[in-house]
Design a protein. Structure first.
Length: 359
């Protein structure tokens, strides 16, 4: 198995399985001299960890990170940063009835066909538990981006039929941690949470959309052909478990408008070049233009449902599967920090690449 490394200059190589001993990684290319806020990194992991509310999986994990290298006296040294998060609460027996059965819409079938073997305990390497490594690396990237004045905020904008009906600028994005869904509209968040709880009681699951806003990004990140910034963000988001779609700026909205109505018009803003609008989502020609970068990520409903479903076993015999175990009825609340982490890793990597583009 390869392609377990993300990035060009800022690079994360991750390892570990859902029910293995640990999840971890090695980060290379992280700048020296960055103050490492351990409390902030653990807080980011806490936002992703299981068992944090009644609408997430009941699995209990502390998800405490242990750094093994690359940090000395609270500061990055420029050397590879190795880390591990130890698994402590696996219930592997919950998956015994799935050992020889393909779960609908999971990676079981494709994984087995490709590698000839699979770890049936929670999905092994294809489990979303591997995103722990991304959150650690993303937290470090956020610390570096913070010094550059770049901030990244993701939030739940839709759960099933419940969705925000205004532009992100109409909401207080600092309020997303005030509810378990991580939605900036507190009234809508309560409706979303009630809906997820009801779906959970049915043994079913539901999907939705996470939106993300990047503020303070300088002009010039990205390249005009195969290194487009929005393509890199799309690649990062589509690598997250359960993601089915990515759009930035206007995306698929207002496709009935003409070019003259869609264009972001330039103007002289007290001697500086400004924009009348931001339909481009902060990226033009694959390169950041200095405006807010905003995008949306669509997540499918979690594939594991706690109800009977027809399927086949590894021999092709038709059978009925009744899944057991502890699973999220909706992945969105815990995926918010993962979206932020992947965006942060991409932005830092492309910032470092930009520094190498001219002498």
């Amino acid at each position: 198995m390869y392609n377990n490394t993300f990035g060009y200059i800022f690079r994360l190589t991750s390892f570990g399985e859902s029910h293995g001993k640990a999840i971890g990684g090695v980060i290379d290319g992280f700048p020296a001299g960055i103050t490492i806020d351990m409390e902030f990194i653990q807080k980011e992991l806490n936002r992703r960890r299981p068992g944090q509310s009644a609408i997430t999986t009941a699995r209990k994990e502390a998800d405490e990170v242990e750094f093994l290298s690359g940090i000395y006296e609270g500061v990055s040294t420029g050397c590879p940063i190795g880390f591990a998060v130890w698994n402590t609460n696996q219930h592997s027996n919950d998956y015994d009835n799935m050992k020889d059965v393909y779960r609908p819409s999971h990676a079981d079938y494709t994984y087995t066909q490709k590698y000839g073997i699979r770890d049936h305990r929670g999905g092994g390497r294809s489990s979303a538990r591997e995103t722990i490594a991304r959150v650690v690396a993303g937290a470090l990237a956020k610390l570096a981006l913070r010094q550059l004045g770049i901030s990244i905020t993701a939030f739940t904008s839709q759960v099933g039929p419940f969705k925000l009906d205004k532009d992100y600028t109409a909401y207080d994005l600092t309020s997303i941690e005030n509810n378990p869904v991580r939605c900036p509209d507190q009234d809508l968040a309560r409706q979303m949470a009630d809906y997820i709880f009801r779906i959970k009681g049915e043994g079913d699951t539901i999907g939705g959309v996470i939106s993300c806003v990047i503020k303070g990004c300088p002009v010039g990140l990205g390249q005009p052909v195969f290194g487009k910034l929005h393509a890199a963000l799309g690649n990062a988001m589509l690598s997250i478990n359960a993601v089915k779609g990515f759009e930035y700026g206007q995306g698929f909205s207002n496709m009935e408008l003409k070019g003259s109505q869609q264009n972001d018009i330039f103007y002289n803003n007290n001697g500086e070049i400004g924009f009348r609008s931001n339909r481009s989502g902060g990226i033009q020609g694959g390169i950041s233009n200095g405006q807010d970068i905003y995008f949306r990520v669509a997540f499918k409903p979690v594939a594991t449902v706690l109800m009977e479903q027809p399927t086949v076993d590894i021999h092709g015999n038709e059978t009925i599967l009744k899944a057991r175990g502890r699973h999220d009825p909706c992945v969105l609340p815990r995926a918010v920090p993962i979206v932020e982490a992947m965006a942060a890793m991409t932005l830092l990597d492309y910032y470092l690449l930009d520094k190498a583009s001219t002498l």
